[in-house]
Design a protein around this ligand. Structure first.
Ligand code: CU
Length: 268
């Protein structure tokens, strides 16, 4: 029985480690400025945790086999363990977790607590059951007023985000169901939610942030490669959560201007 346990534990350990080492199901190719740091941090975390995981599971299998019950085994007796060892591995685990958090918090905080640079493209993202809407402030660079009372998700577009069309600043606001961004420019994102907590997740841009009803959460990031990237909702937000899907089109500045001008023209 001890040998069977050893084989099962080691098989599960090495098979699961293989899929991570071979990157069978890995992140999509990164297309934002934070990609290098986030992927580096991700890889470092996996390597360190992988070493701990393999060492612990190999030891577990070995001990299951070494200390298996035999007819000659003495009766089991209580052992307190080893205080020194416990102190060492608790301290090492603490250093590892706190260290990794401190390393990662630099980029995390820079994207949230520092304001976006001058000239960043402003986009407001609104999540609702079960769609994403994107608002651009238009030529005046100012978002028009919105009101919770005006929000009607069934209306879609401007009605869904509750745009107050009587506000002069709202006249040139553009609300779309697909997100367009110019490549190589910082994006100043405002995240809102209508009903429950959603999470705006664009794996290719290494971007994930919750959208919370009642809050306007600011974040910024910079797409670095032209392409089409998938948006998913990463917060279980209701029955239709699985279809809360969208697309980000990262295009040249010229194509972005053309696209936005066409949306403005449609409004008139
Ligand atoms: Cu959602």
């Amino acid at each position: 029985m001890g040998l069977a346990l050893l084989v099962v534990i080691w098989l599960i350990t090495f098979a699961s480690t293989y899929f991570f080492a071979a990157k069978t199901w890995w992140l999509p190719h990164g297309a934002s400025q934070a990609t290098a740091f986030i992927d580096g941090q991700f890889a470092l975390t996996f390597v360190l945790m992988g070493i701990v995981f393999v060492a612990a599971q190999v030891a577990l299998g070995y001990f299951a086999w070494k200390y298996q019950e035999k007819p000659s085994s003495p009766p089991a007796n209580y052992s307190h363990g080893n205080v020194k060892l416990e102190v060492v591995w608790t301290a090492l685990t603490t250093i590892l977790f706190v260290g990794l958090n401190l390393m990662g918090s630099r980029v995390w905080a820079a994207q949230r607590f520092e304001p976006a640079g001058a000239g960043a493209v402003q986009v407001e993202v609104t999540g609702m059951q079960f769609a994403w809407y994107f608002r651009y402030p238009g030529n005046d660079g100012k978002y028009g007023a919105t009101s919770v009372k005006l929000m009607d998700p069934s209306a879609g577009g401007e009605g869904a985000v509750g745009l107050d069309t009587s506000d002069p600043a709202a006249k040139d606001d553009v609300v779309t169901g697909t997100m367009y961004l110019p490549v190589g420019r910082e994006v100043d994102l405002s995240l809102r939610a209508v009903d429950v907590i959603h999470s705006f997740f664009v794996p290719s841009l290494r971007f994930k942030q919750d959208a919370v009803p009642g809050l306007n959460i600011h974040m910024h990031f910079k797409p670095t490669a032209v392409g089409e990237y998938e948006i998913a909702c990463a917060e279980l937000c209701g029955l239709g959560h699985y279809k809360m899907h969208g697309m980000v089109h990262v295009v040249s500045q010229e194509n972005f201007d053309k696209w936005l001008a066409a949306r403005e023209a449609e409004k008139q």
